[in-house]
Write a protein that binds this ligand. Sequence first.
Ligand SMILES: [Zn+2]
Length: 304
Amino acid sequence: MEAELKEMLNDLDSIKQSLPDPSNLASSILKLQSRVEHLTKLAKSAPVRRTKVQDMSAEVVDSNPYSRLMALQRMGIVDNYERIRELSVAIVGIGGVGSVAAEMLTRCGIGRLLLYDYDTVELANMNRLFFRPEQVGMTKTDAASQTLSDINPDVVLESFTMNITTVQGFETFMSSLRNKSFRPNKEGSGVDLVLSCVDNYEARMAVNQACNEMNQTWMESGVSEDAVSGHIQLLIPGETACFACAPPLVVASGVDERTLKREGSLCSIFTYYHGSCCRAFSAKYAEVTATFWTCVSLSGLQFP
Ligand SMILES: [Zn+2]
């Protein structure tokens, strides 16, 4: 782009030189020149996106985005790190927890991420590290896709801006989880793991129902109202109790969860705690994140 703009500047210059009477036309050309110069400056300051990487390399050079991750192989922690590129993870809810999980999985080079959220980015979300002020007004899924594809263009991102608790949303959720176009010969559903990162009971029940119907392993997560603690729960249909059978105590005791939400909870004063909670959570998740593989052994999932 920069080269093209430079060429345009040269063309404009030669047109100006060849004009017999450098009057009106010349001033328009000058104007055009300054606009092209402005665009050139903008092009220079735009973030440079890295190109896609065909195969993960273990070569230890500064320019290799996977060198630190592939080192896990050399250390004997993972047999074949590159298998992570075959895996799909669905993240429901791109809030404080979901955005961190999505970011870390993206940095780890996960194959495919499916992102679900119906909300848009607001300035009030800036207490998290993930969303940026210029993304205000965008859907959270689109803003997340934008950021994630900049971080790692190798990850296949699918965003679903919808509410999975509506009839239509639930159907779309189910069919998107069933879609196997990414890995046609995969057994079971089209994803390897579902991460529930939502903030309400109804949505958790929707995830539970979908995963029960598809025999899909998933993880439930939550952050306490005072933001200093959190929980994760692994759910394997047919092996562990499902979420409906083992709901949180507060739900089991019949309290309306809407009465639990207080104005101003999770405000900025808690950002640090919330951030560290999410990070601890995502580190746990999979180690979803740090390596993903601890989670694999935790959950007993078998990957091909
Ligand atoms: Zn159950």
